[in-house]
Write a protein that binds this ligand. Sequence first.
Ligand code: DTR
Length: 342
Amino acid sequence: MNRRKTLSAMIAGLAAGVLGAAAPNVAQAAEITLTYAFFAPAKTFPGRQMAHWAEQLAKRTNGKAVAQTFPGGTLLGAKEMYDGVTKGVADIGLGSPSYDPGRFPLTSGVALPVGFTNATVASRTLWALTKEFQPKEYENFKVIAMFTTEPGFIQTKTPVRNAADLSGMKLRAAGTGVPVLKALGAAPIGMPMPDVPQAVQTGVINGTMTSREVLQDFKLAESLKFVTDYPTVVVAFAAVMDRKRWDKLPADVKKVIDELAEEMPAWTGNYHDNENVGAALQWATKEHKLQVLALAPDERLRWDGKLKSMEDEWVAEMNGKGLPAAAYLKRLRELRDQFAKR
Ligand code: DTR
């Protein structure tokens, strides 16, 4: 613990030194300073969530606990996020379990093509499921915030109006997006979101399948001029603390963090669905002549048909690991419908 604290504090000190005034919320007088790492830029929606959480932590603990945030991969990148938290490089790490479905198998169920219509419903469902099922994949962590993207859309340089347009197209996706694109006939490539702009520019990929705010937040609309109007799968995010670090926090601070954990799914989903994505679509349409392409109804049905077997395959795979996959999916559908009504 001492080693961990010292390491974390050292890195925080170093990074704060390097970043200087750019490290926003360093409060000198706080009793507890939690370093909080995120792999993508601050202005993306998970980055906004991180900033909101940090602000609320300081406010609700009256400055007793503060978070020092490190967005943009300055402390930990996408692939090392969860190990980095275990090693004490950061006290809190915001990563995407969807980037590593092998490590977070049950969570990957939320990212199946189960028909979520927006991020708010998917985020609330993910959080409720995680509390109910207490997946073993988080056993060494304390989950402090969970949310998802909206369902991903195919965003491309050249128009995709049907399976023939998509056939063999090199597209980037994350997690379950990879098998989804494969089933639809594309040639998917997995890579973390921050690598996408360069891969688009250099022609490594013809586009990406993900939530649509990236058109603006990663300036992708400069090259990706088409969105195919076919919602697919969400991507899950989880901010975690190492459990031993959590256990040492005072009860009043824990209480605030638990309270915030309850609020984060709806807060983030609401921001993403109702401000972030809409603004990005408007901007991309106005500034970059983005076109949204409808699928013909019979084409849509054919695409749905190609994705149908994914759930059963997932259940079989999870059963092989001894995980309660069928029960998880059943409850997912109930919660999805319940949250969608409100
Ligand atoms: N859709 C996921 C994650 C993603 C979407 N927007 C952002 C912003 C910042 C980081 C990750 C993401 C993906 O495709 O990677």
